[in-house]
Design a protein around this ligand. Structure first.
Ligand SMILES: *[C@@H]1O[C@H](CO)[C@@H](O)[C@H](O)[C@H]1NC(C)=O
Ligand SMILES: *[C@@H]1O[C@H](CO)[C@@H](O)[C@H](O)[C@H]1NC(C)=O
Ligand SMILES: *[C@@H]1O[C@H](CO)[C@@H](O)[C@H](O)[C@H]1NC(C)=O
Ligand SMILES: *[C@@H]1O[C@H](CO)[C@@H](O)[C@H](O)[C@H]1NC(C)=O
Ligand SMILES: *[C@@H]1O[C@H](CO)[C@@H](O)[C@H](O)[C@H]1NC(C)=O
Length: 379
């Protein structure tokens, strides 16, 4: 039979196949693909440590889970530990950051001081991985929390972040959206050297319900990136409520399809650039919460910061876990935020500072989630 006849005979079949394909929602398919990759990562990771008896082994891994899959008492334990950190005296020197008061502020202060070095560059993934790990460790060792750091999978509610369990405003949440404030002006924020303008969205005021309302939680530092700045350039003591302005517009870049594209990257250069580009999933997670989380340097003031960054950190080992041999040794990017001013490339030996939180760490010491100070798996 001639090739052309074969093609003609097959055309109706091809048509049928592509129709069927089109009827599958690409987001549903992408969400399935991501879970499949997560399963692969878990299997590979467990296999890589299966013979270990000491240090980090399959029996003592911490299991980091999505907020919505924690029980209510587990969520409440987490919230109580955050309050505990926010109520403990900190160690940051008042000369360095005059507005820092609490142990929680130590974490905000570390991010503030390291910000010029750890965004949109070769330190981003490693710094934030260890930063979240230190926070998890503080919740556990200083505040009696028994669980693991949880993550916020914004891909589950890409149609509207207001639907996320973590923002449901219950006593078992990280608080609701901010109160809606009408007639606000757009705000312009300097993000990594670019001025970005944000339109008012669905909230804008103080968190309206749950455990982070003004009577229960106060932030101390900033504003820094927006104007007017807080006292002493935003480093001074500026107690005020936690605000939010949940914005479905920015969910357009945190769809399951965005995540599956990210995970399809062949090397860390692609993975890092796609993640942290303007409109990438990292910035879009911040942008859909708005207000405090836009103020880059002090963005950890909103406790959602840790769950967003755990989600970023979750995608990293899922990606690494597809090829542990090569991806546990790759670094891409320089050592200054957005390469401003231009700087050398980061290497495995480059060290990152953690201020009062920890001694400096080399990138090679944090690239694995099951070595050194790390021993966790994402579920
Ligand atoms: C701090 O502790 C006080 C007294 O124990 C308590 O009433 C308050 O709710 C706590 N604040 C936070 C933010 O946890
Ligand atoms: C999100 O919540 C709104 C109501 O607040 C609801 O109408 C909508 O169906 C929800 N979307 C999803 C995907 O659950
Ligand atoms: C951003 O805005 C500030 C303040 O208006 C201005 O000084 C600066 O030049 C702007 N930067 C860019 C890159 O446009
Ligand atoms: C994310 O995915 C959505 C839906 O497929 C798409 O419209 C959007 O352009 C993507 N964003 C980026 C930054 O690629
Ligand atoms: C830094 O890395 C980039 C991308 O891999 C490469 O093109 C460049 O030559 C490197 N720079 C130096 C100074 O090694």
């Amino acid at each position: 039979m001639k090739l052309i006849t074969l093609l003609v005979l097959c055309l109706p079949l091809l048509g049928l196949a592509s129709d069927q394909h089109a009827s599958v929602d690409p987001e549903v398919q992408a969400a399935k693909d991501v879970l499949q990759l997560q399963k692969q990562y878990q299997d590979n990771l467990r296999a890589s440590i299966r013979r270990r008896r000491t240090v980090c082994n399959p029996k003592n891994l911490l299991h980091r889970r999505e907020w919505g899959s924690l029980s209510e008492p587990e969520r409440e334990d987490y919230v109580n530990a955050v309050h505990c950190l926010a109520n403990k005296t900190g160690q940051t020197s008042q000369t360095d950051i005059p507005g820092a008061r609490t142990r929680y502020d130590d974490f905000v202060g570390c991010h503030l001081q390291q910000s010029p070095f750890v965004h949109a560059d070769g330190l981003f993934l490693s710094y934030h991985r260890h930063f979240v790990r230190l926070y998890e460790n503080a919740l556990r060792t200083e505040c009696g929390y028994q669980g693991a750091q949880s993550y916020w999978d914004w891909g589950l509610t890409y149609e509207d972040p207001r639907n996320a369990t973590v923002f449901d405003g219950s006593p078992w949440s990280l608080g609701s959206n901010g109160l809606y404030v009408p007639d606000r002006d757009p705000v312009t924020i300097n993000v990594f050297g670019q001025n970005l303008t944000f339109q008012p969205a669905t909230g804008g005021g103080c968190v309206a319900s749950g455990p982070f309302t003004p009577d229960k939680y106060v932030i101390h530092l900033g504003p820094i990136a927006g104007s007017p700045q807080g006292p002493q350039g935003g480093l001074g003591y500026n107690p005020r409520c936690l605000t939010r302005d949940l914005d479905p517009a920015f969910s357009r870049d945190t769809h399951p399809t965005n995540v599956s594209w990210e995970l399809a990257c062949a090397d860390v250069a692609c993975f890092n650039q796609l993640l942290d580009a303007p409109g990438g999933i990292h910035t879009s997670g911040h942008f859909q919460v708005g207000t405090i989380t836009l103020d880059v340097l002090v963005s950890p003031s909103d406790p959602i910061f840790w769950l967003h960054h755990a989600q970023i950190d979750r995608l990293y080992p899922i990606w690494q876990g597809q090829d542990l041999r090569t991806r546990l040794n790759q670094v891409y990017g320089t050592v200054t935020t957005a390469n401003i001013p231009p700087s050398e490339n980061a290497t495995l030996d480059t060290t990152i500072s953690f201020g009062v939180l920890d001694s400096p760490k080399a990138i090679r010491d944090v690239l694995s989630t099951v070595d050194g100070d790390n021993c966790y798996i994402y579920e």
